[in-house]
Design a protein around this ligand. Structure first.
Ligand code: ADP
Ligand code: MG
Length: 470
């Protein structure tokens, strides 16, 4: 049996956390026989290594010659402290210190280059932002060896072949399967535990790419698919997927089972506990997925299954995405013009923005969609170009944006069979003075999304959450 386990930032965030993680890895190996480990960069609170790397790169590009040097110092401190805390001086300590040190030197050199050029390409950003994983896996693998278990640190650039879409690359599964199989299977057969970087891959020609922020969850699912694993377990710092972000809602509860569909909606609409792309390789290959807490391993966490039971009138969780704007294209003449929707979203796609929610009035006199605030101007410009003729002819009267809104999404497959859920949600919000600006229901009917003013996000989330716990 093969298990793929992924450990997030906090699970490898310190020497103490890495000890816990090593115990869990060995337990998995004992239970399953073969275990493949995927790890993130160190993410001890309040600083995450990936954020530090990005900060260094961005400030360097902006002309700052000091911040990246300070960041390098911080990186050294974080990693060297973990290494000193875990590895014996007479063992591999010196070697791992030197290896980590080389990555930090490379970080400094890359930032220097970026600083001189005054420009940060997506490609350079990927080369820099994946280094956290490359450092953490070397520490973890050395610690496992020190406690007597063969383990090997492997950069996923050797395994995951992606397209050239830097920052948000997609895996090419056939090539990934061939490379991963050839590299990983012999290790597993010899009882060696592969400790692999999450988040990164490489193009066929060898340039480092990343799978998007939070992409280590996706990495685990990719390995699950190409190695035909029996299960994929995501170890994080909370008791599984919860009824709301526990950092925002104090009464949030762990959800024992969720369907792939439900968790996909949650992830897509902002619950960052799982990367939205994680589910597809698992669904398509029937691989069960679990989310568990490294710091509370006896808690069952959440199991993701093909179909899940309805509870609490079908509402299971609520989530939110902030910093959006609601863009509207409207005009009385739109009714007669064919293909308005297609052209609208074509224009949005050309500005490289993904739309989060769409509503259209049945009269076809307006189309309304939500997009990230920082992309608003680009989207509007692109729409104005596309509809130049229609604007002149006044078939379209205006294209405008309502700034600073949030999408609040209520998720639960059982909502389908339970009448009146939407009514209860609207009543709860109405009673607390939250104005609903727009509504969309997922076609699967397992989610309802509401657009509210940014400042009302917290109120909306907590009052909808109280319907779940009622
Ligand atoms: P990791 O580094 O382990 O991947 P993340 O920070 O990416 O950890 O994801 C875990 C965090 O997701 C939790 O600490 C929690 O704050 C946040 N989160 C947001 N929404 C939810 C939710 N519905 N259930 C659980 N955690 C959530
Ligand atoms: Mg994550």
């Amino acid at each position: 049996m093969t298990l793929v386990v992924k450990f997030g930032g906090t699970s490898v965030g310190s020497a103490a956390a890495m000890r816990e993680t090593a115990d869990l890895i060995l337990q998995s190996q004992a239970d399953w026989g073969q275990v493949v480990v995927v790890a993130s960069g160190m993410g001890s609170k309040p600083v995450k290594v990936t954020d530090l790397l990005l900060q260094g790169a961005h400030t360097a590009a902006a002309g700052d010659t000091e911040t990246y040097l300070m960041v390098a110092e911080q990186l050294r401190q974080i990693h060297f402290e973990a290494i000193d805390g875990l590895l014996e001086p007479e063992g591999e300590r010196q070697q791992v210190l030197a290896e980590n040190g080389r990555f930090i030197d490379r970080f400094t050199a890359l930032c220097q280059a970026v600083n001189v050029l005054g420009e940060l390409s997506p490609r350079a950003l990927d080369a820099i932002s994946g280094m956290g994983e490359q450092m953490s896996i070397r520490i973890l693998a050395a610690y496992l060896r020190q406690i007597g278990h063969p383990a090997e640190a492997i950069d996923a650039t050797e395994l995951v072949v992606t397209d050239g879409h830097f920052q948000n690359a997609s895996p090419l599964f056939e090539q990934t399967e061939a490379k991963t199989g050839a590299r990983i299977r012999p290790l597993l057969a010899q009882g060696v535990i592969p400790i692999v970087t999450g988040f990164i891959g490489a193009t066929a020609s060898g340039a480092t790419t990343t799978l998007g922020r939070g992409g280590s969850d996706f990495s685990a699912a990719i390995f699950g698919q190409v190695l035909a694993a029996d299960e994929v377990w995501i170890w994080t710092d909370v008791d599984g997927v919860m009824s709301a972000d526990p950092r925002l809602v104090s009464g949030a509860r762990s959800i024992p089972t969720l369907s792939y569909r439900e968790v996909s909606e949650l992830a897509f609409y902002g619950a960052r506990v799982l990367h939205p792309k994680t589910m597809r390789p698992c669904v398509e290959n029937g691989i069960p997925l679990r989310i568990k807490n490294t710091f509370n391993p006896s808690h069952p966490g959440t199991v993701i299954v093909p179909d899940s039971a309805a509870e609490n009138g079908g509402v299971k969780a609520v989530t939110a995405i902030k910093n959006l704007s609601l863009i509207t294209v409207e005009g009385k003449g739109m009714l007669g013009v064919p293909g308005i929707a297609a052209r609208t979203f074509g224009a949005v796609a050309r500005s490289q923005v993904s739309v989060l929610l769409i509503t259209q009035a049945s009269s076809e006199q307006s189309i309304c969609f939500a997009a990230p605030s920082d992309a608003t101007n680009a989207v509007i410009r692109s729409l104005e170009e596309t509809f130049e003729e229609e604007l002149k002819a006044q078939d379209i009267d205006s294209i405008w944006a309502l700034p600073d809104v949030s999408i609040v999404t209520v998720v639960g497959a059982g909502m389908r069979g339970t009448p009146g859920i939407a009514g209860r949600v609207f009543t709860a919000l109405g009673q607390h003075g939250v104005n609903i600006i727009a509504i969309a229901q997922g076609s699967s009917e397992c989610s309802i999304s509401l657009v509210v003013a940014g400042e009302e996000t917290g109120t909306a989330v907590s009052h909808i959450h109280s319907l779940i716990t009622a």
